[in-house]
Design a protein around this ligand. Structure first.
Ligand code: UD1
Length: 360
């Protein structure tokens, strides 16, 4: 019997891990355990996703919580190493690029435990972004690389890393391909007083934007001046920044409809029925692509280059004029190529883990 420990901690990782955990059930010779670092702890950022996506209760809760990147790394390294020391699993599986990912990868390496990374090989090429550091650390240390795109595979091949590289696609898209009925329901629009195709779905929480007053103000101005009402689920980091930077007047603006962070299926329904998407979230960029919605990227770059190359989005950063221009843009009529995944990523990933561990 082999044992694999999945480490998750933040909202995007619960979503990526859910279909892979389910797919691992087919491999009866592998024991799977789940560790939650506690990086996200609010109900709407954590427990809600466990409930909606039927993720089993974690076997271990580290309760590491918020803090600086250094504090989060130190706390995760300390608490995770105690578990790994005691249980000695054969492999750790990490997802994406959060501080939970980077810290768990480092811990696995220091404790000589094999490491698999889901969402390998992506880069934003800016070392000021904490997620970029987590990507670099994890890709430097992994043994098994699951890449969402061919671009990611090509990047790793050029990087001379040692390990096995597998093109898997993105497991979040598995959830979307398999559950279309869950976001075809438009009752949700009544809940938020919206009309199909007549609103913009927006998110903003990346540190480049929330730690910089002029970037954040520019983004709020984009929302206020948008040609359609903007529905804006507000991340706690952004909420704090808006208050600290004395920008709270935008929260009262008639074109900006603030709501609490929402769950996965409500988010998908709201993206599927909107006109366009404004976001700095990598996850939401992918989801907009899947739903065929034009996405205006409020960050200076994106790792999801396929979306831009296929002219399904544009990188505007917090630039008011550029974003206002692209809010009027019409999306291409070309059929979607589904270059980010075809709905079978979790099958490929679970088989890849099993083959690696069983030496196939
Ligand atoms: C993290 C990830 C980011 C991911 C995002 C999804 C890193 C470096 N960033 O960013 O890649 O897109 O998760 O949301 O790991 N907070 C709460 N409640 C919570 C969690 C956080 O109020 O449950 C507040 C705290 O004030 C905290 C701040 O949000 O300081 C930031 O949280 P943190 O987990 O550090 O990063 P995110 O911005 O969520």
């Amino acid at each position: 019997m082999k044992s694999v420990y999945f480490v998750v901690g933040a909202r995007p990782q619960f979503i990526k891990a859910a279909p892979v955990l389910e797919a691992m059930k087919a491999f009866v010779n592998i024991t799977v355990k789940l560790i939650h670092t506690g990086q996200h702890y609010d109900f709407n950022l954590s427990e809600l996703f466990f409930q909606e996506l039927n993720i089993p209760t974690p076997d271990y809760q580290l309760n590491c919580g918020s803090g600086t990147s250094v504090e989060q790394y130190v706390s995760i390294l300390q608490k995770l190493s105690e578990i790994l020391q005691k249980d000695k699993p054969d492999m750790l599986v990490v997802f994406g690029d959060t501080n939970s990912t980077g810290a768990a990868s480092l811990c696995a390496n220091l404790m000589r435990i094999k490491l698999a990374h889901v969402e390998s090989g992506l880069r934003e090429f800016d070392k000021n972004i904490p997620e970029e550091i987590n990507k670099i650390v994890t890709d430097a240390l992994s043994d098994l690389y699951f890449c969402p795109t061919q671009t990611a595979v090509d990047f790793l091949n050029k990087s001379n890393i040692s390990g096995k590289i597998i093109l898997s696609g993105d497991p979040v898209l598995d959830l979307l391909f398999a559950n279309k009925s869950k976001f075809e329901d438009i009752k949700i629009l009544e809940k938020f007083n919206l009309e199909k195709g007549k609103y913009i779905f927006a998110t903003c929480h990346r540190q480049n934007n929330t730690n910089n007053r002029s970037a954040l103000e520019s983004i709020l101005r984009i929302f206020a001046a948008a040609p359609l009402p903007v529905l804006f689920p507000l991340h706690p980091r952004t909420k704090k920044a808006i208050v600290e930077f004395d920008l709270s007047n935008y929260l009262e603006h008639t074109n900006i409809h603030i709501i609490e962070p929402i769950g996965f299926w409500e988010t998908q329904s709201l993206i599927a029925n909107c006109d366009k998407v404004l976001t700095d979230s990598g996850g939401v960029i992918k989801e907009a692509y899947f739903h065929g919605k034009y996405v205006i990227v409020l960050d200076k770059q994106t790792e999801w280059v396929e979306v831009i190359n296929e002219e399904r989005g544009f990188v505007c950063g917090p630039d008011f004029d550029l974003a206002s221009k692209y809010l009027k843009h019409q999306i291409t009529n070309e059929p979607l190529k589904h270059t980010l995944g075809k709905g079978d990523a979790s099958k490929i990933i679970s088989k890849g883990i099993s083959d690696y561990l069983l030496g196939i």
